[in-house]
Design a protein around this ligand. Structure first.
Ligand code: ARG
Length: 587
């Protein structure tokens, strides 16, 4: 495994060397290199530097250029405008750097030298409740971030902070005790479907809620049951466990449909921190971070006020002694930093919970559980909207069942695959339809910046044109088909050949993969990877229409173009795998 420096970084280094040779006092100045339309790169840094030194920018630029020794990477450096540098690299440099990438299983992508341990909190549905589109976003964005971070060498611990505790369990458990067969399965053995599990839970939830709201005596029994649950009464806990297990059958069926690996030990729900809650409160109270206010244990913030102007506290313990969401999250921080040794905490959670996390992080800082060595961020995502721009609902105004949505995506994708299918069997169409449909849903989620609301529009998602995963999957499959047709001609790099403009553009984009990965990981911005892959497919499309591959002029050129095709395919495959999207060999 060898990491390959990008041409951008090589050029940057040459310019920096030239700068310090021409102007030793400016040795640390940044040449500010960018990709450019006019040449391969443009450096704008000299302009600012000259201003700062009160010198003539063009003169300084010329001096820098003269100080760069002849080499085989830089073909031309032109001083332009008020003092920009336009830089063109040699064709051979492009092919050589790509050959070095191709020789490496990681495509030359370096490991992050300051990698640490990230605990990422994502895919956290609630027990006995249907998953909704918000849970979908958390799962999809979180899973992509896990893969991206691991690819950079980060140690990643996954935490699925499911909602598996709270007073609602009193009502559910009491109902189940009084109606003991309500969670029985019609199906024998282990093959209970997620659908059956969820419909059992749904029915039970509704029935117990109705009873709770209409029958005072049941309400009293349900409340007493909450007390038993919190006291750890074995029979009550066993009943509670049945709800958790039943829900997990359902969760796993959805995650499987999403083509996502979730491991049981990583599911550490709210209940996983029960043993820590008292101590969390004691520590907060003793240190004065939290104070009693009307019986409740509260943390106050100068800048968090309600509409009436009064401060809105974070309530760690309610006046009746009950613990809530905040106590659990604070205990989880203690566990993740203290026991799991996290250097970063990432929460992939709806933006509507941002105030909660702001207060939780601030409290943990005051308590010393978070310090300068530990970063805590919420990777907040926006609301999923319907085509009409309103929060996503069915026509009847109900929340949409996630499973129905995924099935519909698969149906539509299968129709698209069938229409294009040339040599695919029925089974292949079904398989590809699933990969295309699920890929489409994930890509739509990942291709806009997470913080923004996004429109759930299945027609757009499975469209063959535009910024969709299907477009990327077709680009990949097309390359595989060319490679199959190549027969005896094998991909091989030929740095001695001159490149066409679209070959250079494709090559320079391929070369930027490593830097893009580093940026995506550092900013927790999977949409940057999605955008990169879309541009890659677009560069490839242009290349493919301008440069015949198998019918190129010489055998060397055929090999070199096959080489570009293959590296494009590998880069697409790697990038899409990080996003959790399959790349079928044929479509
Ligand atoms: N279960 C919560 C929900 O459905 C999300 C949990 C987010 N994670 C956390 N550590 N609070 O909204």
């Amino acid at each position: 495994m060898a990491s390959v420096p990008s041409l951008a970084s090589t050029v940057q280094q040459r310019l920096a060397d030239g700068l310090s040779a021409a102007l030793p006092e400016a040795a640390s100045a940044d040449p500010l290199l960018r990709r450019s339309d006019r040449a391969d790169f443009q450096a704008n840094g000299i302009l600012a530097l000259a201003k700062q030194l009160k010198g003539n920018p063009r003169e300084l630029a010329t001096k820098v250029v003269d100080a760069i020794p002849a080499n085989d990477v830089l073909k031309e450096i032109e001083v332009s405008g008020p003092g920009f540098l336009n830089i063109t690299v040699t064709d051979a440099a492009i092919v050589n750097t790509l050959a070095a990438r191709a020789a490496d299983a990681r495509l030359g992508v370096p490991f992050n030298e300051s990698a640490g341990t990230t605990v990422i909190d994502y895919a956290q549905p609630n027990v006995a409740k249907e998953m909704h589109v918000g849970h979908l976003r958390s799962a999809v964005i979180g899973a992509a971030m896990v893969e991206i971070l691991e690819f950079t060498g980060e140690t990643v611990v996954r935490r699925h902070h499911i909602g598996d505790w709270g007073t609602q369990f009193g009502m559910l458990i009491q109902y189940l005790i009084e109606h003991p067969h309500e969670l029985d399965h019609k199906t024998e053995g282990d093959d209970v479907s997620g659908e059956e599990a969820m419909s059992n839970l749904n029915r039970l939830y509704k029935a117990s809620r109705t009873l709770f709201d209409s029958d005072e005596e049941f309400k009293t029994r349900a409340r007493a049951r909450v007390v038993d649950l919190q006291a750890g009464d074995p029979e009550t806990l066993a009943m509670w466990q049945r709800f958790v297990d039943e829900s997990k059958i359902y969760f796993y069926s959805v995650f499987e449909k999403l083509d996502m690996d979730i491991d049981d030990p990583d599911i550490v729900g709210e209940s996983g921190y029960n043993d820590m809650l008292h101590e969390t409160c004691r520590l907060l109270e003793e240190s004065g971070v939290a104070v009693r206010s009307e019986g409740a244990l509260c943390v106050f913030f100068d800048d968090v006020k309600g509409p009436d102007g009064n401060p809105t506290p974070l309530i760690v313990q309610k006046s009746d002694g009950g613990f809530g969401y905040a106590a659990t999250d604070l205990s989880a921080i203690r566990d993740r930093v203290g026991n799991l040794k996290a250097t970063s905490l990432v929460y992939v959670v709806d933006a509507r919970q941002s105030l909660h996390f702001k207060m939780v992080f601030e409290t943990a800082r005051r308590a010393g559980w978070l310090n300068d060595d530990v970063k805590a961020v919420q990777l907040a995502f926006g609301t999923v909207l319907g085509k009409d721009g309103k929060p996503f609902k069915t026509r009847e105004g109900e929340t949409v069942r996630l499973v129905d949505l995924l099935d519909e995506a698969i149906d539509r994708a299968s129709a698209v695959v069938r229409e294009k299918a040339q040599d695919l069997t029925e089974q292949e169409i079904a398989e590809r339809g699933t990969q295309v449909g699920i890929g489409a849903v994930k890509y739509a989620d990942l291709s806009t910046s997470a913080a923004r609301d996004y429109k759930f529009d299945l027609d757009q998602m499975v469209s063959l044109n535009g910024d969709t995963s299907v477009y990327l999957q077709y680009a990949y499959a097309r390359i595989q088909s060319i490679l199959r047709k190549a027969g005896d001609a094998k991909p091989a790099a030929h740095p001695e050949l001159a490149l066409a403009p679209s070959e250079r553009a494709l090559g320079l984009h391929l070369d930027a993969f490593g830097e893009l990965i580093a940026e995506t990981a550092a900013e927790y911005a999977p949409h940057k990877l999605a955008a990169y892959l879309y541009q890659l497919a677009s560069h490839y499309t242009t290349f493919y229409s301008e440069c015949p591959v198998l019918k190129a002029d010489t055998p060397e050129q055929v090999e070199n173009r096959l080489f570009l095709c293959e590296l494009t395919a590998r880069t697409l495959h790697q990038g899409m795998a990080l996003l959790g999207i399959r790349t079928p060999e044929r479509l």
